[in-house]
Design a protein around this ligand. Structure first.
Ligand code: FAD
Ligand code: NAP
Length: 336
């Protein structure tokens, strides 16, 4: 067990914020994970699980133990002619999981190509993109509670998945460690191609393949979204707000060009990026913090931005959206 003290987390968070953790350990083995958690829990140290660090904003040094989970492995749980259930260790890269599914002809997660991070973190906010969400293919997950190491399997319903949301972002925030995730993938063609950026794929009709969907999405994402290896960012800073039909009709009267999307549950989703852009923030830069010029919802660290400057910048964005549209944006990124 190699614990490092006063460890820089800069290379482990995609926002590239230069903070330190009091203690740090890299873990590749589940038994060791439990031993470490037991020891540091008994010493009343705070414990933070870190995957790819792509949905985190460190606002200060972390006064406790940061565990970088790097457990790997894929097991087949069951399969038949129509579907397969696979069990992935939490430290597997999410995009490697997508690549594995695409190469083996398993349908259901191709729209989630190129999302950074680990599969262990994917249930935390029920990752989603281009009309697909983790919950659509989720079977169950395993893990244990930090306070007593008790193991538990969470079924789909128990995870309380919502729009970029789950029980692990609420009641169980920082209380439960996910050690593996089971996905139920289809062996039969079943594409979701409703998003405008996927319209070209629809033209291929019968010739659509998993590879073509993945390659198309990778190409769009590479052209539209900043690569965190080059420009520090943590993806969408705020969630897309959901409003009622009544709120929508008032807003449409005032803003006839307002884009909106109806969710299956009857709620109305507004694109936060559009709201922010209308307030004049798209491409705006203050020091080393900016709103990305191709997608206003993504906040960029051009190099030496501090978390305080990011917080100030994003708070100003939030206030201007309230003042123009009366809508309070909710952060998607996890603050520590
Ligand atoms: P981290 O940032 O390391 O952790 C996030 C949270 O999960 C923290 O609270 C952490 O403590 C907790 N956590 C991590 N691992 C575990 C574990 N094993 N057990 C318990 N808790 C854990 N998200 C989308 O939904 N859709 C997108 O299309 C998308 N695109 C993105 C594009 C870019 C360029 C970037 C930078 C981010 C994007 N994201 C997107 C956000 C992010 O990639 C996802 O939320 C991803 O699931 C985070 O994974 P991670 O391993 O990096 O998590
Ligand atoms: P986009 O296609 O320009 O769309 C802008 C927003 O409108 C998206 O946030 C999306 O909501 C919504 N939208 C567009 N078409 C829709 C439709 N047919 N039905 C319902 N909602 C629709 O978005 P983008 O910035 O290029 O991103 C592409 C996808 O990647 C999106 O799904 C986005 O969520 C995802 N992404 C997520 C992050 C993150 O950090 N969370 C970062 C980058 C990209 P949804 O967000 O609900 O899809």
């Amino acid at each position: 067990m190699t614990i490092i003290e006063n460890y820089s987390l800069k290379r482990l968070n995609t926002f590239k914020i230069d903070v330190k953790s009091k203690y740090f350990i890299e873990i590749e083995d589940e038994t060791e994970l439990k031993e470490v958690v037991k020891e540091y829990q008994s010493r009343s140290e705070k414990i933070l699980l870190l995957g790819g660090g792509s949905n985190i904003l460190f606002t200060k040094d972390f006064d406790g133990l940061v565990i970088h989970l790097d457990t790997k492995g894929i097991d087949i749980v069951s399969k038949n002619d129509k579907e397969i259930i696979l069990d992935f260790q939490a430290g597997e890269s999410w995009d490697d999981v997508v690549l594995y599914a695409v190469k083996n002809g398993y349908y259901g997660i191709e729209n989630l190509s190129l999302i950074p991070g680990t599969i262990g973190a994917a249930p935390i906010q029920n990752i989603g993109a281009y009309g697909a969400e983790l919950k659509d293919v989720f079977y169950s997950l395993d893990g244990f509670f930090i306070h007593d190491l008790e193991e538990k399997t969470f079924s789909l319903n128990e995870c309380k998945f919502g729009y970029r949301d789950s029980i692990f972002k609420r009641e169980l925030k920082d209380k439960f460690i996910i050690t593996s995730v089971k996905l139920q993938l289809s062996k039969e063609k079943n594409f979701k191609l409703n998003y405008r950026d996927l319209a070209d794929l629809n033209k291929l009709r019968k010739n659509i393949t998993l590879e073509k969907v993945r390659n198309h999405i990778v190409k769009i994402r590479e052209s539209k979204l900043p690569n965190p290896k080059v420009l520090g960012n943590a993806g969408s800073f705020y969630k897309n707000p959901e409003i009622s039909k009544q709120q929508l009709s008032i807003l449409i009267d005032q803003n006839p060009a307002l884009p909106y999307f109806k969710s299956p549950d009857g709620k109305i989703k507004l694109p936060a990026g559009w709201l922010i852009e209308q307030c004049g923030w798209k491409g705006k830069r203050e020091g080393d913090v900016a709103s990305y010029h191709r997608q206003a919802l993504i906040i960029i660290n051009y190099g030496n931005a501090t978390s305080q400057s990011i917080l100030k910048f994003t708070q100003e964005i939030k206030e201007s959206v309230i003042s123009k549209f009366g809508i309070e944006l909710e952060q998607e990124v996890n603050f520590y």
